[in-house]
Design a protein around this ligand. Sequence first.
Ligand code: ADP
Length: 806
Amino acid sequence: MEGGQSSGNSSAGAGSGRRGRIVRRYFLIFATLVGGSFVISVLMEMGFRFQETRQNLEVVHRQMAELAAVRIRNYVEDVAQAVRIAAPPRQLDNRRLTDDYAFNLRNLIKTIPAIRDVFAVGLDGREQLRVSRIGQSVPDTSADYASEPFFTAARAGKTYFGPIIFPPDSLEPRIVISVPIEPFAGEVVGVLAAEVNVRYVWDVVQGIHIGKSGYAYVVSGGGILVAHPDLHLVLQRKDLSALPQVAALRAPGSGETGTGVYENLDGQRVLVSYQRIRSIGWTVLVERPLMEAYAPLLISLGRTGAILLVVCILAVGAAVRLGRRVVMPIEALRRGAARLEAGDLDARLHLDTGDEFEELAEDFNRMAARLQDAHAGLEHKVVERTQALERSLNEVRGLGDTIQAVSASLDLQKVLQTIVVHATELSGSDGGLIYEFDEDAQVFRFRAGHLLRPEFIATLEAAPPTLRDSIVGRAVMMGEPQNIPDMEVDASSAFRTPVLAEGYRSILAVPTVRGDRLFGGIVLGRKAIGGYSEREIDLLRTFANGCTIAIEHARLFLEVAQKNTALQVASQHKSQFLANMSHELRTPMNAILGFTELLLDGIYGELDERVRKPVEQLQINGQHLLRLINDVLDLSKIEAGRLDLALDEYSADEIIEALQSTVRPLAEAKGLAFHVSTDSKIGFCYGDGRRMFQVLINLVGNAIKFTRHGAVQVGITATSDEIHYTVRDTGVGIPPEELGAIFEEFGRGDPAVAKEFGGTGLGLAIAKRFVTMHGGRIWAESTLKKGSTFHVVVPRRVTDTGAMQQ
Ligand code: ADP
């Protein structure tokens, strides 16, 4: 019981683990599918947005850079254009500039405020004219520009934009723009150079604001900072060629414009866009801290992330809640099922989820209740069946006891007592009795009782019930059991009052009848009202039958015993008579034979032939009669217990010899062969030699008598304990059914044979008696018309006890 319970629990535990896993797994799959796709879509969305934002940012940056570049280029180009317009001279003096060229230059300075100085250089590289906004408009004749780039480039016919210069006398950086002085296209007579203030570039740069802290700056081709919102940096003439974003500009293949993420001078990560101004060799860079550039995106992403997180948390919470809502009822159902499995039929579920789970729980409860009912019913039935079985078993035992008592005991009183005890107890009665019907007095006599008070028995014995005034009488007359549910109501019985006084209310009376013979009846009483069931009546009928058989057995036995005793006495008398008679017959018979002998011997004179024949016949018949008398005498002596063996040492060999000499002539007279075979000399035995001889002569005599032709053979084998004689003939044989009877007195086998061969049927009976008295055995084997073999086995030495056993 314990083991079963624990194993049930453990299996339930394993099942719970399994189910737990299933729920977890489904939850995970669900969460992964739903949550995962949601998260992935949001992440993808965020990725795309990041990409888009970045592209937008880059576009804006590039546009800013482009705008700045355009403005700077326009400004510088406008100046260059003005210079170029002012360059051609109206007149030349020997291919040299005349003074009125200075007028051109003054106009130029006037119209273009950014130009500080403008000067014309002759082909020899010497300054010829100079107009200055601040200083003296006197050419510096000492300077030789022949190898200066601005000179060589312009002399070659090109417009030249020089590198930025930071003159020591001014805070304003300048560049030199030079153009060829060509009175006619292709005819260069000098170079016009203007020192242009590029402060304006600063203004452009400072006007550019991207976001909160985005800024633009300009570097020259050599990496020198040209313009920057932070003027200090410019004034320091910062060389930014080592800055990665500036260095990248020099990389081959870097285009007109581009974008990248680098670190700025403050070591901040910045998004950088650049735009080259090819004509001047400068580059405008627009930088904006990455964090700031992406701030809106990051904020938006953060918001999305937060929403995602919140949604995820809500989803997980909802999933957990939902899971709980699903798992908990399932778990409750599972626990209930496990309890049922473990045999706890009281298990009930209480779910008030208000959904299918609650319905399922109700179904479960109904099922459990039915199971419980069925189980209870089953248990009840098992108990009932067990009780019924027990009852049947008890009945069978009781009947068994009764049958045993009936068959084993011839003590009628004991048998009746056994029956009444079992009948009373098995029927659950409070008292029971057996009556025997007294034919002479025509009353029922009390024979045996159980659980009855002696006083009550005395009452019944004093006034025995009759056929008419009692319930048992009624049962006998009707030949049917009488079942009285309440004695109080039944008025027919003369014993109503004493029975009620004893407290009996239900009475059952069953007659014991066999054929026409009435033996009596069994009566049972119960103190409860209600009578007896069919089953109990049937049971009692069986006991009644047992009773009948027992009474009949006992009667028969009594009769047999009486007859046996009478027979024994008669047999005794017969034997006595026969012994006496034989003795009485022998004496005159001997006398008759003696006188016949004397007559035949001629003592009383020669006999006439006519007389001799009858006398001879008389002698033969007389001898036959004497033998018969002797046999009868022997037998009756044996039966009367008056014949004892004369035990002594005897020689078996001598017996065989005597046998041979006696019977050989008889055999030969019938034309039969006669053989005797012995192992060897047998020697001395202890027993009655004369009687053994009588036995053998009888057997051999029969063999010769019942054999018409053939041979008679006697065989003797001996062991240290026993002598075995066989007498074999080739005679008529004995029918198998007669083999047992031939050893009985007057047993004569086949009647036809007996008639033909004559005889008394005493020889074998006497032989058997003698052999048995020796403690030996005798038997015959025979095949009809083929011959018979008689066997005699006797102990070599008869013991006194064995000798007298019969
Ligand atoms: P009896 O020979 O005087 O009739 P027994 O007691 O000697 O009495 O034999 C009983 C019967 O057994 C015989 O009548 C005979 O039928 C049968 N019987 C005995 N010996 C033989 C035998 N050798 N062959 C055939 N029948 C035999």
